[in-house]
Design a protein around this ligand. Structure first.
Ligand code: 2HA
Ligand code: ZN
Length: 278
């Protein structure tokens, strides 16, 4: 069996194609990571045989990021500067399977990035988010998906950059929203992407949320499956589109969903609606 034919690789590639079709990934925008299961890493090791690994490299180019909670684990990630559009077309050049060292501070490429390169510029954010989620979910949450959906980005210019304002505005658009993200969404103020600072801010919010907005940039989603990661991205972007449509109408909204309504949805669908959002 070829590595590109393994089920988790096929699902990873499929998400990239769907995200591209949705227009979430201009040029090399966005990135995706998957924390492989031990059985999946074993299957890959078996296929690789004696193939020489790449050199050990700092997770963060500045060398100040470590995820000891994920030491020794394996990941499938998109490559820095690679286009989502090309992941299905030329998977082995666009993505990488990386192994972390025991300290979680260095990685080496075991497969992929055929023509060279390194994992996504947001590798630090992905690993720190995955470390938080692995701890909180007992290994259930394995997918981190980052994209640049236009309406959500537009929203970051006109809705105050707080967890509460964003959560309430998004919940209010579609009744399904508090069912899909009952915990709300976190918001990170504008920061330079690609570094430790934004990774720390995002992973701190991932303690509370599964979806974190980056002001004037995009969205990070954490999920147990590729379907759910894409489902969250699409739901939040659709909700943002409704927010922007309503704002663009120039009409003052006549109605909306009340706090009691959010609570009732929470009771009906088992989501805990945090009091601070009411
Ligand atoms: O281009 O999305 O955040 C990749 C990115 C950086
Ligand atoms: Zn980005």
């Amino acid at each position: 069996m070829k590595i590109a034919e393994l089920p988790f690789v096929k699902e990873f590639v499929r998400l990239c194609s769907i995200g591209d079709a949705q227009g979430f990934h201009e040029r090399n925008g966005g990135n995706l990571s998957y924390h492989m299961r031990p059985t999946e890493a074993k299957a890959v090791r078996g296929i690789l045989g004696a193939k020489k690994p790449g050199p050990w490299t700092d997770v963060d180019p500045k060398g100040d990021v470590a995820v000891p909670g994920l030491g020794g684990e394996w990941f499938l990630v998109t490559g820095s500067g690679k286009f989502f559009r090309n992941v299905a077309y030329d998977t082995e050049a666009s993505v990488a399977i990386c192994e972390l060292d025991k300290e979680g501070a260095h990685y080496r490429v075991r497969w992929g990035l055929r023509d060279g390169g390194r994992p996504t510029s947001e590798f630090s954010s992905h690993l720190m988010n995955l470390e938080v989620k692995d701890r909180l979910s007992g290994g259930r949450v394995r997918v981190i998906y980052h994209a640049h959906p236009a309406n959500l980005i537009a929203m970051t210019y006109v809705v105050p950059l707080t967890d509460r304002d964003f959560t309430r505005a998004l919940w209010n658009t579609m009744t399904e929203c508090p069912v899909i993200f009952p915990e709300g969404v976190g918001v990170v103020k504008w920061m330079v992407p690609g570094g430790r600072e934004v990774a720390v801010a995002t992973s701190k919010l991932m303690e509370t949320y599964n979806n974190v907005v980056w002001a004037h940039h995009g969205l990070f989603c954490a999920a147990d499956t590729f379907d759910n990661a894409m489902g969250q991205m699409e739901t939040i972007e659709k909700a943002a589109k409704i927010v922007m449509l309503v704002l663009s109408s120039g009409r003052k909204p006549l109605t909306g969903i009340s706090s009691d309504g959010f609570l009732a949805i929470g009771r009906m669908y088992g989501g805990d609606i945090p009091e601070r959002f009411l």
